[in-house]
Write a protein that binds this ligand. Structure first.
Ligand SMILES: [Cu+2]
Length: 441
């Protein structure tokens, strides 16, 4: 049987516009189609997405498709394409090969463009998805605004150092671009809630007022088995899908983040992002099976390491500190060959957390600080706690080109904690010259 695939077209217009994050609280947002987040893009596995981006900002932009196994030329970074200049149009076109909760965001002047709202969700569905009574996407963000609701950058040395060290965190807490929103779910029903952390630097520890939920998916789609939890960490860039409910009519449940200590100057505390109200009872058709899918391990835990990636922080005279990959900033790492299994040891020698993100490919964490992880999952973003070490396994499939990995705290990425590398076709001679391009974030 030939699988029917569709071509799905979207138009995104990047511009500046007024956006109400709360009644009488309006910001000058940068975003897509006059909304924060941008439009929800949806497709089924195997569809071709064609996204025409018109840039009506006063500066260049590019869009990165976070978690999607797109061709290298569609990855939306400065090594993959020419920036879309002000007034220009660029068409992204790619097949969506995997089901899951993905997102798109600016990969150009990211610390400014993402902070102001240039992101949106991209959901890829599959027939094998569990049946639920409904689905919601929650894009988590925070904004640092001044008294006039403006995005000012810290001027003084000390606040500037704090923002560089911690990443930019703000006290305006948003779900889907709104403060204090109210969300409804019916008594007796179970919904799939997809959480995407689109903030610059905030570590979000999801809690529903202590109530149990089932974690059913993460970056690369469904887990093998649901995991019952009352809290789960979602770092910048990461996604967690849960089955929420059933709850009882009249219940008021907060969607909150518990404090996470990531050794920042500013300490995190428990904070409410939104409120769930449980409405009248309705029948349910939801069924969350005990086995959601099978994930084959790529390799055994004791597999030989093929590369070491060290994340660290070093002193810098100019900015207080540099954010380093293998003791350097904005690195060009060695190429990898198509079809050659990669076993990377990623270590963090610094005293703060870093969410490590690999573009374009999913990996499996096969070891965490010497131990096998509790469960198998396809990931593209994984947290490294202070002084920790993990092993990840991933396979460069046949999508040669320039790719990158970086810390997803946007200020750390911009300060140097990133590397480009080539995926090369092993059957063709490798031309060292392609490695001499400029560094881009
Ligand atoms: Cu970092």
């Amino acid at each position: 049987m030939i699988k029917q695939t569709k071509v799905i077209k979207y138009d995104l217009e990047a511009s500046e516009f007024n956006w109400d994050i709360a009644p009488n609280k309006t910001i000058k947002a940068w975003g897509f189609n006059d909304q924060v987040p941008g439009p929800l893009l949806k497709a089924n596995v195997g569809d071709t997405l064609v996204v025409r981006v018109t840039n009506n900002l006063k500066e260049p932009t590019m869009i990165h498709w976070h978690g999607l196994r797109v061709p290298a030329s569609m990855d939306g970074t400065g090594v993959a394409q020419k920036p879309i200049e002000s007034g220009e149009v660029f068409e992204y076109r790619f097949v969506v090969p995997d089901a899951g909760s993905f997102w798109y965001h600016s990969h150009s002047n990211e610390t400014v463009q993402c902070e102001r709202g240039m992101y949106g969700a991209l959901i890829v569905e599959d027939k094998a998805d569990p049946v639920t009574d409904g689905e919601k996407v929650f894009m988590i963000d925070d904004m640092k605004l001044d008294a006039d609701n403006k995005f000012t950058k810290p001027g003084w040395f000390v606040p500037r150092i704090i923002e560089r060290h911690d990443g930019r965190e703000g006290s305006t807490l948003l779900i889907n671009g709104k403060e204090n929103s109210e969300i409804g779910i019916h008594d007796g029903q179970t919904e799939r809630w997809r959480f995407i952390n689109s903030s610059s630097a905030r570590y979000f520890v999801l809690s529903l007022g202590g109530k149990e939920f089932k974690i059913i998916g993460t970056d690369g789609g469904l887990l093998e088995h649901p995991r019952i939890a009352t809290e789960v960490l979602i770092t910048p860039g990461e996604r967690i899908d849960i089955a929420a409910g059933p709850f009882n009519e009249g219940e008021i449940i907060p969607i909150e983040s518990l404090g996470y200590n990531r050794s920042t100057y500013l300490t995190a505390k428990r904070q409410k992002f939104a409120t769930v109200k449980v409405l009248e009872k309705k029948p349910s058709v939801a069924f969350i099976p005990e086995t959601l899918r099978t994930i084959k391990p790529l390799v055994k835990q004791d597999a030989n390491i093929t590369r070491k990636v060290k994340l660290s922080v070093g002193p810098s005279l100019k900015d207080g500190m540099d954010f380093l990959v293998n003791d350097d900033v904005h690195v060009n790492d060695k190429p990898v060959k198509v079809g050659e299994l990669q076993i990377w040891e990623v270590s963090n020698t610094s005293l703060m957390d870093h969410p490590f993100h690999l573009h374009g490919f999913f990996f499996q964490v096969i070891e965490e600080n010497g131990k096998a992880p509790e469960y198998l999952a396809w990931k593209d973003t994984v947290n490294l706690t202070p002084r920790s070490r993990i092993k990840i396994a991933w396979m460069p499939d046949n999508r040669p080109g320039t790719w990158m990995y970086h810390c997803h705290i946007l200020e750390h990425h911009a300060a140097g904690m990133m590397a480009n590398f080539e995926v090369i076709d092993g059957n063709k001679p490798y031309n060292d010259m392609i490695h001499t391009h400029d560094h881009h974030c």
